[in-house]
Design a protein around this ligand. Sequence first.
Ligand SMILES: [Zn+2]
Length: 330
Amino acid sequence: MRLPALVLACLLAPSAWAQDRGPVIDMHLHAFGFDEYGNPPPPNEVTGEVPAALSDADAIRATLAAMKAHRVVLAVASGPLEDVQRWRNAAPQRLIGGAYAGPRNALPDTGTLREQVRTGQIGVIGELGLQYRGQRATDPEVAPYFALAEALDVPVAIHTGLGDAGTPYGCCPTFRTSLGNPQLVEDVLVRHPRMRAWLMHAGYPFLAETKALLYVYPQLYVDIGVLAWALPRAEFHAYLQALVDAGFGKRIMFGSDQMVWPEAIGQAIAGVDSAGFLTPAQKRDILYNNAAGFLRLDRATIDRHHREAAETAPAPAQAGAVGQAAGSTP
Ligand SMILES: [Zn+2]
């Protein structure tokens, strides 16, 4: 989050493609308070933009506006329960609530979670930032949540890969890069074969392990949260292309990992737009179709999303990460 970033504006999306792109589902958004990372909030590490929102209401408004501008018709928004509630109250049709475990937050107890799922406030168990808590997916404390997810047929989103530079020196002394290895999720997949799960951050940079899991467990999906805007673009594209070349283009879902920087949504979409190795059909799969399938959206909802997207003029191309590495990931 605090790495110096080389900021280069690049005009990426030819307007014809932007017109044509269709709706977007963001599988990796956060419902946080505006001051989750401090008050005032820290600047976006790629653009240097300082969030304008200095209240929770403004933060929600700014993110919903960015979603609309970029035709993001649906997003999984995870955070502490009270934050999720506030965000969903603002846009219940646009947001699926996610139960969040992170540096400062444990999951709600299973009884509360079951009730939240029943009322529709929570539709995903995750982001499970177990790595930040020094835990593995096989930790006994987490086991009841996977059982609950499978029993209730609620998708599970597991943080994998990395965290912000210096994480163990800051928020999370028990954080280890080794705990981000996606293979640590394997035993849980074996134990819960009907659980609908995805690896957040696509296991980056554990490419071989991620490919191994995707190959052996055909029900498993990944999202590209944070990678699409905070990594050097060549690095993001190389990783994305490796997964597509390996045959997993139908199981990669778009995610921004917007935390307190609404413009990250557009930056992340630009990361996909600018992937010259993808066909328009492959981009649409990543931006919308794969998530629509994973979430089992019905035909009427999909048609509505396409209509809504068509009614919104596409936003102008965004600045994106080009040069320097960065790596913020709650
Ligand atoms: Zn994460």
